[in-house]
Design a protein around this ligand. Structure first.
Ligand SMILES: NC(=O)c1ccc[n+]([C@@H]2O[C@H](COP(=O)([O-])OP(=O)(O)OC[C@H]3O[C@@H](n4cnc5c(N)ncnc54)[C@H](O)[C@@H]3O)[C@@H](O)[C@H]2O)c1
Length: 409
């Protein structure tokens, strides 16, 4: 099929961080990839009219509305792209699916397992009439991550024994950082856990092909009261200078957990917004019986690979520069060595979504895949609440200031 065969008219709800990232991807996808359908950026929705009008103009949307229901019900829309906080994912997705619209919904799919189940059931019903639904775990679409999955699937790592995943940020270390929506359970579902922990859960399940079967977790909220925000409540929010007071942080600041995967691997996960100095540090290492592989988002064009089947004298981690046309997604971009960045993962996400819709196939991660992630988030919260934490008695020698054991002589 040529790239002009059909038109997909997209309506996007929310135009801030993810709205901007998705807009860039929708704008770019047909310019880079030869796809069986063309995207038209038809309508963007936000609640504040002057702001959404400005955003439509800046981000390249044909029109705007202040009511997401109008967008969802419009005959001029084929795809609904949900870029709002988690408290509205369910309502918008259910209405869109009921109206026969294909849905791309940002992660985490919902704020609760019950909502995620309802959305997954609605997606399954809509599928019977050809409607597609996908959740936006964009890191799957980083070429080095997709290559990592291929190496595992091809058996190059052998039997997977360890999965070690961290996602570290530091944007709320300052206790004066305001109480934005991401710090409110009713709006965000959970804190670092659902926001960034969800990414490493999805990524590791995707790469290994194994599902998390159980967890043992600790979560912590280090700063429990924060100033109320002024105006915008995104990642760049500022505290209200008018002394409107403070509010309670109702989500975790950090979550650490160990897990078992259904293929027999042991996994460790750490998701935190308190890793001082770490801005957006996502790192995954996988150790198998035949090799190991490491991905680090700060070097997203690279993959470290150790092939343990090579002669011992020649073994060592090698750095694969993932920019070859043979690598996932990269034949459409630049010559080898001409690197890509964060935003390309969203263009790849749109590529896969448009291709699936246009060819009547199921995009992944499906809502069912995202429900599986939601079940892990829920298990982590339940495990942390149950505090199945083995205390260590203080019976040994106390450690003195110089770090040496210093009990009575
Ligand atoms: N895939 C990723 O890497 C990634 C990164 C950041 C955020 N996210 C996810 O994207 C979603 C949005 O996060 P964000 O960082 O863009 O948030 P944000 O605060 O920057 O933007 C949220 C947008 O939603 C709008 N909005 C909120 N309620 C609305 C409503 N009822 N009707 C219309 N518009 C509404 C806001 O006005 C704003 O434009 C969340 O689910 C988040 O978890 C994903």
């Amino acid at each position: 099929m040529s790239s002009h065969d059909s038109i997909l008219r997209v309506g996007m709800v929310g135009y801030a961080f993810m709205g901007a990232a998705h807009s860039q991807a929708w704008r770019t996808v047909n310019r880079v990839f030869d796809l069986p359908a063309r995207v038209r950026m038809a309508l963007v929705c936000g609640r504040d009219e002057p702001k959404v009008a400005e955003a439509a103009d800046r981000l390249g949307w044909d029109g705007y509305t202040t009511d997401w229901r109008r967008l969802v019900e419009s005959d001029e829309i084929d795809v609904v792209d949900i870029c709002t906080p988690g408290d509205s994912h369910g309502e918008i997705a259910l209405a869109a699916l009921a109206a026969g619209k294909h849905v791309l919904c940002e992660k985490p799919l919902a704020n609760t397992v019950a909502e995620a189940r309802e959305m997954t059931a609605a997606a399954a019903r809509a599928r019977a009439s050809g409607v597609r639904a996908m959740c936006g775990f964009n890191y799957r679409r980083v070429p080095a991550v997709a290559l990592m999955r291929q190496l595992v699937a091809d058996g190059r790592l052998g039997e997977i024994r360890h999965v070690r995943a961290v996602y570290l940020q530091d944007w709320i270390v300052d206790p004066q950082f305001p109480l934005v929506w991401r710090l409110q359970k009713d709006r965000a579902g959970s804190g670092a856990l659902g926001d960034i922990g969800a990414h490493i859960i999805d990524l590791t399940q995707y790469v290994t092909g194994q599902l998390v079967t159980g967890v043992s977790a600790l979560t912590e909220t280090f700063v429990r009261q924060r100033p109320l925000p002024a105006g915008s409540s995104g990642l760049a929010a500022q505290a209200d200078g008018n002394g409107r007071g403070t509010g309670e942080v109702t989500v975790d600041d950090a979550a650490v957990f160990v897990a078992r995967l259904d293929g027999g691997a042991l996994a460790t996960y750490e998701a935190t917004r308190f890793a001082t100095g770490r801005k957006n540090a996502l790192r995954v290492e996988i150790n198998g019986s035949r090799g190991s592989v490491v991905f680090d988002l700060e070097r997203l064009n690279e993959l470290e690979f150790l092939d343990a089947t090579r002669p011992a004298a020649e073994q060592g981690f090698s750095r694969i520069l993932v920019t070859e046309p043979e690598h996932p997604y990269l034949d459409a971009w630049w010559p080898p060595g001409h690197i890509i960045g964060y935003e390309h993962s969203f263009t790849h996400q749109m590529r896969d979504f448009v291709e699936a819709v246009a060819t009547a196939t199921d995009p992944t991660p499906s809502f069912a895949d995202a429900l599986q992630v939601q079940l892990v988030l829920d298990a982590v919260e339940r495990s942390a609440e149950a505090a199945a934490f083995t205390e260590v008695a203080k019976e040994g020698a106390p450690v003195n200031a110089s770090g040496r054991g210093g009990g009575p002589a």
